[in-house]
Design a protein around this ligand. Structure first.
Ligand SMILES: [Ca+2]
Ligand SMILES: [Ca+2]
Length: 189
């Protein structure tokens, strides 16, 4: 009897008031976002991102911050909003994810950007659906994408900002997503 009730007490979940942060089970990403959004404008700035990384033991140089920014600002809006922040925070090795491309990847990325720009005749930094589709075929011809899986890509999913155009950040986010770019991908392929 006493042993049974003892076990019950031990196994019973902690009451919410026993948790930190006043019993509210806020995800850590939200707490981090709020902590580092120092000016409280609902997005993380470059300096705020640098400060967060530094506090967690990763000092990023200007070049590294610029790359990390490109990777995190997945819709190319020029700000890192809470959703983008959370998406990054949830990646298994989040600082590895922000690392600058190695030489092999940098070359591949340069080629991708070169091809992207060749379709962006009016220098808007974006491609429409038709231009994007043709560009994808070029990437397949160059062996950067494979014909079967990658051709079936969903334009509307890649277009995170939902403006019916793909900008370079959206393209990079997609290439990382399908593991064409990224620190643990190219070496193995
Ligand atoms: Ca953004
Ligand atoms: Ca877009």
């Amino acid at each position: 009897m006493t042993a049974a009730s003892g076990r019950t007490r031990k196994d019973a979940p902690l009451s919410p008031s026993r948790f930190a942060f006043g019993g509210k089970t806020k995800p850590l990403s939200e707490l981090m976002f709020k902590k580092y959004d120092v000016d409280n404008n609902g997005s993380i700035s470059c300096n705020e991102l640098r400060s967060l990384c530094y506090d967690l033991g990763y000092y990023l140089s200007d070049d590294e911050i610029a790359w990390a920014w490109t990777v995190m600002d997945k819709d190319g809006s020029g700000t890192i909003d809470y959703n983008e922040f959370t998406e990054w925070w949830k990646t298994s090795s989040r600082f590895e994810y922000l690392k600058m491309p190695n030489e092999q990847q940098a070359n591949r990325l340069c080629r991708v950007i070169e091809i992207f720009r060749s379709y962006d005749k009016t220098n808007t930094g974006t491609l429409d659906r038709a231009q994007f589709t043709t560009m994808i075929q070029d990437l397949v011809e160059e062996g950067i994408l494979n014909g079967s899986g990658h051709l079936a890509c969903e334009f509307d999913e890649i277009d995170r900002s939902h403006d019916k155009r793909i900008n370079i950040n959206e393209l990079i986010a997609w290439l990382i997503n399908i593991r064409v770019l990224g620190n643990d991908t190219i070496e193995k392929s």
